[in-house]
Design a protein around this ligand. Sequence first.
Ligand code: PGA
Length: 253
Amino acid sequence: MARRLLIAGNWKMNGFLADSLADTLATLMRKKQDWPFEMVVCPPFTLLHYLGKIISGSGMALGAQDCHLKGSGAHTGDISPLMLKDVGCTYVILGHSERRMDHGEGDSLIREKATAALGAGLKVILCIGETEAERDSGQTLTVNQTQLKGSMPVAVDVDATNLVIAYEPVWAIGTGRTPTNLEIQEIHAFIRKELLSLIGKAAEGVRILYGGSMKPGNAGEILALPDVDGGLIGGASLKAEDFWAIAQQSPSL
Ligand code: PGA
C-alpha cells in the first residue's frame, strides 16, 4: 500500500505571533496543489489558532504537541483533544520523549491520551524511541517494542488514516547524531512487523516517521529508506528554508 510521505515540524517551545515561519511555508505550499508529501506544523498551543488562519487553504496541516485525556473539566493548565479540534488541528503529537522525561509520562497515560485524541477525531503521531543507555546495552528493539505495545490506543479503530508512528532515538534528538541508514531501516521494519501483530494488515499503510537530527544534509537518504515514511523534525523545522529543503527531498520529487 502506498504511503504518502509526512513531513512534520515539531516546533517544541519556540515561536511568537510576530514570526513569519508558517506564513513563508504556506506561501511555498500554495505554489502547487499536488505535492507528493503532506506537511504538518506543530507549534506551541499559544500559536495554534492564529496559525490555523495563516495556513488555511495552503494544504498544510496543523498539529499540537500534546493533549489531555479528558474532553473538559477541572484540569488546570491542560488542553483537551476537542479544544485542539476547535482551533483547527488535525494532528497531535503524543508520547514525545521530552514529555516522557520532563513530565514523567509513561506508556499507559500516553495510551489513554492517544485513545482520547482518536476518539475526538484527531490523528495521532505516537512517538517511541530508546535512550543512549538502552541502545548501548543492546535493548533498542525491546524498548521500542514495549513502548509501542504499551502506548498504542485501544478501543478505537486504528489504521493508516489516523495513526502515525514516529521513531525518535532519544540520543539523536537535537544532538546532530543519527543512527546509520541501515539501523534506521532495520528498526522501522521491526516497528512495522510489531504493528502488524498489533493491528493486522492496516499496519502496511501506517506511516512510520524518523525523528532525531534530520536536516537538509541527511534527509534525502533517510527519506528514501523503504520503511521510512517521513520525518518528525525539531530544530530544522524552525527555519523555513531548512524545513522546505527537507520536504523537497521527498523521493518522488
Ligand atoms: P530534532 O528534534 O530534529 O531537533 O533532533 C526532533 C524531535 O524531537 O521531534
